[in-house]
Write a protein that binds this ligand. Structure first.
Ligand SMILES: *[C@@H]1O[C@H](CO)[C@@H](O)[C@H](O)[C@H]1NC(C)=O
Ligand SMILES: *[C@@H]1O[C@H](CO)[C@@H](O)[C@H](O)[C@H]1NC(C)=O
Ligand SMILES: *[C@@H]1O[C@H](CO)[C@@H](O)[C@H](O)[C@H]1NC(C)=O
Ligand SMILES: *[C@@H]1O[C@H](CO)[C@@H](O)[C@H](O)[C@H]1NC(C)=O
Length: 495
């Protein structure tokens, strides 16, 4: 498996690498949940909804030695755009194929007509088709040297300038950045660093404070645990008990074989060393379930039923069973995540989410700039105790990528909590989303505002409208639209 080259705490690193998954689910399945798409409710896009275009970017915006360039992919939809002053809603792509974010940011498609807006989705360098050195982009740390958030933001700024200069009428269009998760962090940072380029930013589920000691390192896993505790009696306690059950079963080779067959693993666990990977894959599965705990059937990381954590918890109501019975129930529970479609032959512990995500690239980013401390204690949360240990984290990074992470760079570059001099950013967060741990959940000033969605998982508000949306997300979107319109009005009146 890919992660086998990691060191002792490699398991932890692997979890981190996959955590910052992007947006909401692609197409849900209207037919299966008993409603039909109408002019106001839509759930899918087709390729004819947008144009796929490419722009030649400098590989290095900040130095003059590296003179190469590459093609950045972007998607553009102008069906509703009013050439006479209509705005541009700009999605700064995150760590994956830009089509994934385009498909999953229904909010932008839902508001395009009302705003008479052009939509642009720009791919993040080193992901999807936007590879600075083609197939060699990930060859070594030399080729990866230009994978930073600063370079990505510079790409977006250069692209916006090009669009405004080259598209007739766009020169007068105000630009609003909209993004989710890491894309939301980029949207917020775009506004902070380049306020003349974007008039405002809507940053959904953007954990801009998940760095250094800005938030406690255990709050992320606490939120995951709360989701399971609230979703069924005995649920989080069963998961907590499962770790020692695994440890006890795995003391014998026969027990390890039993785990492999009980969990229908594609590749049997090869002895004790694999137990760590197995447990981190389970951890990742619980985290992902919490992230996509949406109120209706959806298909983002995996196809899932409505409120999937409740469905999972039905199998985990009794925490005090013997080890093997408990673990059989754990299998039933994770099979909701991996086999809701009924088409899964076996479970692959190297894979916990869609292949459209660039988990390799994110692993590199986590090993350079994006150092996010996480920890668990097994008391206030349902995970095995896992202290935050920067030293071993850094050693793993060096082993894997030949680079040393810079723990304090992001807060130096983007200001940490000292951002009150900025303006026009809406930060939205969901109460069910583990990433709300590092998000801005209280207003900072009149124009740096927080929108909180108690029933929301990972940027639920960015998804297409849906009949089963909780009232809180409907209200949140209304507020977000209100703020965006305010920014546009203010900009127009100051011209
Ligand atoms: C996005 O949606 C289009 C149209 O439904 C589909 O062809 C494409 O595979 C989707 N891409 C991703 C990455 O989800
Ligand atoms: C901006 O709008 C003004 C007034 O409507 C117009 O004269 C000008 O040509 C426009 N500029 C661009 C770049 O479209
Ligand atoms: C997935 O579900 C199908 C249908 O219920 C079943 O035949 C198959 O064995 C399941 N796969 C796993 C890995 O459990
Ligand atoms: C398991 O997932 C990994 C990573 O995506 C992939 O390379 C491998 O082929 C998969 N193995 C099986 C048996 O499906």
């Amino acid at each position: 498996m890919a992660s086998a080259e990691l060191g002792s705490s490699g398991a932890l690193l692997r979890v981190l690498a996959l955590l910052l998954l992007p947006g909401a689910a692609p197409a849900f399945k209207p037919a299966s949940i008993g409603w039909s798409p109408s002019s106001t409710v839509r759930g899918t896009l087709t390729a004819s909804d947008y144009k796929t275009l490419y722009y030649t970017q400098k590989t290095d915006h900040f130095g003059f030695d590296e003179d190469s360039s590459f093609k950045q992919r972007y998607l553009l939809a102008d069906k509703y755009w009013n050439k006479d002053g209509g705005p541009i809603l700009f999605y700064p792509g995150n760590e994956g194929d830009i089509e994934l974010f385009c498909n999953n940011t229904g909010f932008m498609w839902d508001v395009a007509e009302d705003f008479q807006a052009m939509l642009v989705f720009a791919e993040h360098r080193y992901y999807g088709q936007s590879l600075p050195f083609g197939a060699d982009s990930y060859a070594d740390s030399k080729h990866l040297n230009y994978l930073t958030s600063e370079q990505a933001l510079a790409d977006f700024v250069v692209l916006i300038r090009f669009l405004k200069e080259s598209i007739p009428g766009a020169g007068n269009s105000s630009v609003i950045a909209i993004g989710g998760s890491y894309g939301g962090m980029l949207a917020a940072w775009l506004r902070m660093k380049y306020p003349d380029v974007v008039v405002g930013a809507f940053a959904a589920s953007a954990p801009i404070w998940q760095f250094e000691d800005l938030v406690p390192c255990d709050s992320f896993y606490d939120i995951v645990t709360n989701d399971f505790t609230k979703s069924g009696n005995g649920c989080s306690q069963s998961i907590l008990n499962s770790w020692n059950a695994i440890n006890r079963v795995a003391v014998t080779d026969e027990g390890i074989q039993w785990l492999s067959s009980t969990f229908h693993l594609c590749c049997p666990l090869q002895g004790k060393d694999d137990i760590g990977y197995f447990k981190s894959w389970l951890t990742e599965t619980w985290v992902n379930l919490a992230m996509v705990n949406y109120p209706y059937e959806a298909d983002f990381l995996q196809p899932l039923p409505a409120w999937p954590v409740q469905v999972v918890c039905k199998f985990l109501s009794n925490p005090s069973l013997d080890d093997k019975t408990l673990l059989q129930n754990i299998f039933q529970a994770i099979n909701v995540y991996y086999n809701y479609s009924g088409n899964t032959q076996c479970l692959n512990i190297s894979q916990a989410a869609t292949a459209s995500l660039g988990d390799k690239g994110w692993s590199y980013q986590a090993c350079t700039e994006m150092v996010m401390p996480f920890c668990a204690d097994g008391v206030n949360d349902m995970f095995e105790p896992q202290p935050w240990d920067f030293k071993s984290y850094a050693e793993d990074c060096f082993k894997q990528w030949g680079v040393t992470p810079r723990l304090t760079w992001i807060t130096s570059e983007y200001g940490g909590k000292n951002i009150c001099s900025h303006s026009n950013i809406v930060f939205s967060n969901g109460g069910l989303d583990p990433w709300s741990s590092g998000g801005v959940t209280k207003d900072i000033t009149d124009t740096l505002v927080a929108v909180f969605i108690p029933e929301g998982a990972h940027h639920l508000d960015l998804r297409f409208r849906h009949p089963d949306d909780p009232e809180s997300v409907v209200r949140a979107r209304e507020l977000e639209i209100k703020y965006m319109k305010q920014w546009l009005r203010k900009t127009r009146s100051s011209l």
